[in-house]
Design a protein around this ligand. Structure first.
Ligand code: 5GP
Length: 107
């Protein structure tokens, strides 16, 4: 069954897209841990990031690196944290979270 992220990819539900390629999409998390919290996803429908084939996985992580550089400029922070959780939405994704203190990651 398509997840909520598939609906975002198809434009059926709105999202604040910050970057896009033919294969990948980055958009703001609807419930951000910090301002500028972005989710980076493959357009391919796949539940678990570590089940992705290597080429797609490397492509996604490279895309995340580029998006993280943009986040750092737009939302000044010490570092952009990267997390894989995936318990809520069954579509592979990486969290990119601008961080300034350890308190930011009390999740
Ligand atoms: P996880 O699956 O990694 O535990 O968390 C999924 C993340 O997706 C959460 O941070 C949640 O706020 C975000 N999320 C869930 N539904 C939507 C949605 O419809 N739009 C957006 N932009 N983010 C969502």
């Amino acid at each position: 069954m398509p997840s909520i992220f598939s609906k975002i990819i198809d434009g059926e539900i709105p999202a604040h897209v910050v970057a896009e390629t033919t294969e990948f999409l980055a958009f703001l998390d609807i419930n951000p841990l910090t301002m500028g919290h972005v989710l980076v996803i493959p357009k391919q429908e796949i539940d678990y990031i570590f089940d992705m084939d290597e080429e797609s996985y490397f492509g996604l992580t490279l895309f995340a690196k580029i998006v993280a550089a943009g986040i750092r400029k737009a939302f000044p922070c010490i570092k952009v944290g990267m997390a894989v959780i995936g318990l809520e939405v069954p579509h592979a994704h990486i969290h990119l979270i601008p961080l300034n203190t350890m308190d930011d990651i009390n999740f």
